[in-house]
Design a protein around this ligand. Structure first.
Ligand SMILES: Cc1cc2nc3c(=O)[nH]c(=O)nc-3n(C[C@H](O)[C@H](O)[C@H](O)COP(=O)(O)OP(=O)(O)OC[C@H]3O[C@@H](n4cnc5c(N)ncnc54)[C@H](O)[C@@H]3O)c2cc1C
Length: 412
C-alpha cells in the first residue's frame, strides 16, 4: 500500500496532523493500535479555551473551571477565583473521537487495531513501514512521510533514531463517581511525600465526581503509592473518605526539550516529541498546536517533493519559535521547584496568600503559558524569591529576559 503520509497514533496530535494534511489534498493513512479511538482515556481532560478553538467544538465541555486552590504539604491553602471560566474539563475520549471524525471527513483513512512495528527500509526515498493489523497479519506501507504521533513511548522515534532524552514522570489517576468539593474549582496538592516533582490534582468532572491523580519524579516508587498518600491527604482535607473509584489509569508524562523532532521523511508531534508543558504535564494544547505547525511544513515539503531533514527542519524552528522559550523557562522553574522541601512548599503557599498576588494570578494566569504569571509574581514578592534567591533572583532581575543557565545553587 502506498500513501503520502502515514500518521501513527490517533490521539489529538495525530488526528490534527491528519486532518490538516488530508484537507490540503494529501493521501493520509492513520493507524491506531487500539480497537477504538479515544479508549482508553489517559488524561484528566483539563484544557484552555485554545483547545476548544483548535477542536472547533464546545460540545466536549463537561464543566467550566473558574478557580484553583493550591494546598501546601500541611494543608495550608490559597485560593484564586476569576469571574469568568479560565479552563474547561472536557470529555477527553470524545475529543479524540471528534478530531478523528473531522480528519476522516477531510479524507484521511483510519485503521484501528493496527500497530506500527518498525521501519523495514527506505526505498526510492520512501519509508517502507511494517504494521501489524487486526488479524495479526503484517502489512507493509510505503509512505513519503511518517508522522510519529504515538505518544509517550513513541516507537516511531525509536525506529527513526530520534533521541528523546526526556524525563518520563509516572502518573496515576482515578475517577471518583461522587466527590465533595467545589464543582468550579480545581485543587492542586503540593508535597514531597505526595507528589515529588509535580503535584497531585483533584479535578471536578462536571457530573458530581472528580478525577484525582498524581504525577511524580521517577524515583523508583510506583506512582500508585503516592496516589494512595494523596487519598489520605484528601480524607483529612474533606473530613471524609472518598467513595470507591470506578476507573484507574497509569501512564507517563514526558518532560524535556528533545534535540530534534524531525529527520529525513519523519516528524514527531505531541507527546512523542515531548511537547508537554513542563510545569503542569498538560500536553493537549501544545501537541495540537505543534501538529498544526507540523502539517504546514509537511504540506510545503510534500508539494515541493523534498522531504529531506533540511526541508523538515522548518518544523522544529516553527514550534520552538512559538513554545521554546516558554518551555525553557518552565523547565528552569521546574528545576527550582524540584529542590523545594516541604517547609519551602508551605512557605510558597503562605507567600501566595497575599491579596495582591492572588489578584495578579487571577488577572494574568494562563494554564498554557504559566511562566508569564510566575515571573510577575516573583517580581512582586521578595518572599517568593527568597525560596531560592540566586536562581530566582537571577531570572527576575531587570534586563534578564532569558532564563539563566540550568545550573544554580545547591540545597543545603
Ligand atoms: C494522568 C494524566 C493526566 C493528564 N491530564 C492532562 C490534562 O488535564 N490536560 C492536558 O492538556 N494534558 C493532560 N495530560 C497529557 C495529555 O494526555 C497528553 O499530552 C496528550 O494525550 C498527548 O496527545 P498525543 O496525541 O501526542 O498522544 P496520545 O494522546 O498519547 O495518543 C497517542 C496514540 O498513539 C497510539 N499508539 C501508540 N503507539 C502506537 C503504535 N506503535 N502503533 C499505533 N498506534 C500507537 C496510542 O494508542 C494513542 O492512541 C495528562 C496525561 C496523563 C498521563
Amino acid at each position: 500500500m502506498d500513501v503520502d503520509v502515514l500518521v501513527v497514533g490517533a490521539g489529538p496530535a495525530g488526528s490534527t496532523v491528519a486532518e490538516q494534511l488530508a484537507r490540503r489534498g494529501h493521501g493520509v493513512l492513520v493507524v491506531e493500535e487500539h480497537p477504538r479511538v479515544g479508549i482508553p482515556v489517559q488524561c484528566a481532560g483539563l484544557v484552555s479555551q485554545r483547545v476548544l478553538s483548535l477542536a472547533g467544538s464546545n460540545a466536549l465541555v463537561r464543566t467550566a473551571v473558574r478557580g484553583a486552590t493550591v494546598f501546601g504539604p500541611s494543608l495550608g491553602a490559597v485560593s484564586f477565583k476569576a469571574a469568568e471560566p479560565r479552563a474547561f474539563v472536557i470529555d477527553r475520549g470524545a475529543l479524540d473521537v471528534h478530531l478523528a471524525d473531522r480528519a476522516a471527513r477531510a479524507g484521511a483513512e483510519f485503521r484501528t487495531s493496527t500497530r506500527f512495528d518498525r521501519l523495514a527500509r527506505t526505498e526510492g526515498g520512501r519509508n517502507v513501514v511494517q504494521l501489524t493489523g487486526p488479524d495479526r497479519a503484517s502489512l507493509e506501507v510505503r509512505a513519503r512521510l511518517v508522522v510519529g504521533a504515538d505518544g509517550v513511548s513513541s516507537a516511531v522515534a525509536r525506529a527513526f533514531r530520534l533521541r528523546r532524552p526526556v524525563e518520563i514522570l509516572p502518573a496515576f489517576e482515578a475517577e471518583f463517581p461522587r466527590a465533595p468539593g467545589d464543582a468550579e474549582t480545581v485543587e492542586v496538592y503540593l508535597g514531597r511525600s505526595i507528589s515529588p516533582g509535580l503535584f497531585g490534582w483533584w479535578i471536578p468532572d462536571g457530573q458530581g465526581g472528580a478525577r484525582v491523580g498524581v504525577a511524580v519524579d521517577a524515583d523508583g516508587t510506583p506512582a500508585r503509592v503516592y496516589f494512595e498518600r494523596l487519598l489520605v491527604h484528601l480524607e483529612r482535607r474533606f473530613g471524609q473518605a472518598l467513595v470507591s473509584p470506578t476507573a484507574f489509569l497509569v501512564s507517563g508524562i514526558p518532560v524535556g526539550l528533545i534535540p530534534r523532532a524531525h529527520g529525513p521523511g519523519v516528524l514527531l508531534v505531541g507527546d512523542a516529541a515531548a511537547q508537554v508543558k513542563p510545569l503542569s504535564g498538560g500536553g493537549i494544547y501544545t501537541g495540537m498546536r505543534c501538529a498544526q505547525l507540523a502539517a504546514s511544513v509537511a504540506h510545503e515539503a510534500l508539494a515541493r517533493g523534498d522531504l529531506s531533514a533540511g526541508a523538515l527542519a522548518a518544523y522544529d524552528r516553527a514550534w520552538r519559535a512559538e513554545l521554546g522559550e516558554e518551555f525553557r523557562r518552565a523547565l528552569y522553574l521546574r528545576r527550582v521547584f524540584q529542590r523545594l522541601n516541604d517547609a519551602d512548599l508551605d512557605r510558597l503557599v503562605a507567600a501566595l496568600q497575599g491579596s495582591r498576588l492572588a489578584a495578579t494570578i487571577v488577572a494574568f494566569g494562563d494554564i498554557d503559558f504559566p511562566t508569564h504569571v510566575a515571573r510577575q509574581l516573583l517580581r512582586q514578592s521578595p518572599s517568593l524569591v527568597r525560596l531560592m534567591p540566586k536562581a530566582l533572583g537571577a531570572w527576575v532581575s531587570p534586563g534578564t529576559g532569558q532564563v539563566p543557565a540550568l545550573e544554580f545553587e545547591r540545597r543545603k
